[in-house]
Write a protein that binds this ligand. Structure first.
Ligand SMILES: Cc1cc2nc3c(=O)[nH]c(=O)nc-3n(C[C@H](O)[C@H](O)[C@H](O)COP(=O)(O)OP(=O)(O)OC[C@H]3O[C@@H](n4cnc5c(N)ncnc54)[C@H](O)[C@@H]3O)c2cc1C
Length: 454
């Protein structure tokens, strides 16, 4: 076996992984194709480039991303340390001076004598050579805009025709935040009300039997208010490489709405198949939410892929009856993304199940966001180092955000989609706490108590 670990991609995940390996006394060859070649979103020659917003989100531990950062501080994350050192005022959030941040990470990594940075596009044609004995442990952390040739070889490695191109995702909502005085469960095509049942009996039966969809009925007035706000809401500015033809199947809801006042009522908001249990009459429109995870505590908004700004999504979608107090654990996005089906391919250490020498880290694994990418780089880095040191794998507790995220992406899910840090992926507390702030405090205390490297 080689006496070094190869890390491919000097972004957020790859830089963290390289640091974790090197600080354990192991040599690293870090491949970064910049400045020879740039992805459509990268432009700075330094490592760990921040491609868009300069925010690493909340610093509060009662926010899942804030808690994840606190866990990473405890685990000696280089990138969070650099972010803290280059922070700019942003209230309760951690925002960085992006130039200073990338420069500092580059200085720290370059100053480690056992990291060799190789500025070259890594193609990966030898990724499938007999269990990689020839190249030793490798971490692929080439991000959402992985170069084409490497993407092709990753497809061959993972036995897929193509990597997952995630262009459109709808917002995800925490079930407990939905108003069930208005909402009711039930599948549109499985809603025959038994003749002898009253509306109330029918609702109770359906709520018990059929949990895969939640329905939010609207009357004409409610629909018109929602519709007018939707067509006038602000949308995000797209990068040039993201402007492309829109497929009918994943059209942003606001664009579909602009085609005509009733287009949504003949599309994703069609009121067929149900009566409103409160009135016994067919509603004017229905929004459906589909179960999003095994646990059944998260639901996505069917047909609501969107380019609306996050604040606008909260404002406009909260107008839908039943969603006034909705907790959006993830907003809808439409952008280019490249990721493998980790839920089939990886274990909780981001290690390929079929080849113990190959790890993936960062956005290519289906974790989403700067801090989440750093977290996965840290886990993969520590575990690649452990292979070299012939030590046991480190699997973080599912009660921590870092462990819950690793568990989420490595748990089989036929509708696998990228995931960010949120409290919905943590196992619930034993006691049921209604007060949200207190609940998050307890979850944070539990997580911090269980974060360790044993
Ligand atoms: C346009 C856009 C906007 C985004 N905005 C946000 C945001 O506002 N907030 C947020 O949290 N997340 C955002 N993301 C997601 C963001 O990309 C990730 O959160 C994060 O940067 C992913 O880290 P990573 O290490 O996986 O990938 P990156 O940070 O992208 O790093 C990958 C690195 O690999 C290199 N590379 C690629 N292919 C090869 C190869 N074959 N050989 C060698 N090197 C290679 C690249 O040059 C790059 O330096 C955005 C993504 C995109 C594309």
């Amino acid at each position: 076996m080689k006496d070094y670990v190869t890390v491919v991609g000097g972004g957020l995940a790859g830089s963290e992984a390289a640091y974790q390996i090197a600080k354990r006394g192991i040599n690293v060859k870090l491949y970064e194709m910049k400045p020879i070649k740039f992805s459509p979103a990268h432009s700075n020659k330094d490592l760990a480039e921040i491609v868009c917003s300069n925010s690493f989100k909340s610093n509060l531990i009662t926010n899942a991303c804030g808690l994840l950062k606190e866990e990473l501080r405890k685990l000696d994350s280089l990138l969070i340390k650099c972010a803290d050192e280059t922070a700019v005022p942003a209230g309760q959030a951690l925002a960085v001076d992006r130039e200073k941040f990338s420069k500092l990470v580059t200085e720290k990594i370059s100053s480690m004598s056992n990291i060799e940075i190789i500025h070259q596009e890594f193609i990966g044609e030898n990724l499938f050579n007999d269990n990689n004995e020839d190249i030793g442990p490798i971490i692929i952390a080439t991000g959402p805009l992985t170069s084409d040739k490497l993407s092709e070889n990753i497809c061959r490695l993972t036995g897929k025709d193509k990597l997952y191109f995630y262009d459109a995702a709808a917002p995800i909502i925490e079930k407990d935040s939905i108003d069930f005085n208005i909402a009711f469960f039930g599948d549109r095509y499985n809603q025959e009300k038994k003749k002898e049942e009253s509306m109330q009996e029918w609702k109770e039966r359906i709520n018990k039997e059929e949990k895969s969809y939640i329905n939010l009925p609207m009357n004409e007035e409610e629909y018109n208010v929602f519709y007018n706000e939707l067509i006038n809401a602000q949308i995000v500015t797209l990068h040039n490489f993201e402007k492309r033809e829109i497929f009918e199947g994943c059209m942003p809801i606001e664009i579909m709405a602009k085609r005509g006042e009733d287009t949504l009522r003949f599309g994703p908001l069609k009121p067929v198949g149900f009566d409103d249990p409160r009135t016994g009459k067919r509603p004017y429109a229905i929004v459906q939410l589909r179960q999003d995870n095994e646990q059944g505590n998260l639901y996505n908004m069917v047909g609501f892929q969107t380019n609306l700004k996050f604040g606008e999504q909260k404002r406009v979608f909260s107008l839908i009856p039943g969603l006034k107090e909705a907790e959006f654990i993830k907003y809808g996005v439409m952008h280019r993304n490249t990721y493998i089906n980790s839920s089939e391919l990886l274990d909780e250490t981001y290690n390929l199940k079929t080849n113990k020498n190959i790890f993936f880290a960062g956005q290519i694994t289906g974790v989403e966001g700067y801090v989440e990418s750093i977290a996965s780089g840290l886990v993969a880095g520590i575990n690649a180092a452990h292979i070299m040191q012939k030590k046991e794998k480190i699997i973080f507790s599912k009660n921590t955000v870092i462990g819950a995220l690793a568990n989420y992406i490595s748990t089989y899910n036929s509708k696998f989609q990228p995931m960010n840090a949120n409290f919905g992926i943590l196992p619930p507390l034993e006691e049921r706490i209604k007060d949200k702030k207190l609940k998050y405090q307890k979850l944070a205390q539990r997580a911090i108590g269980e974060i360790n490297l044993d």
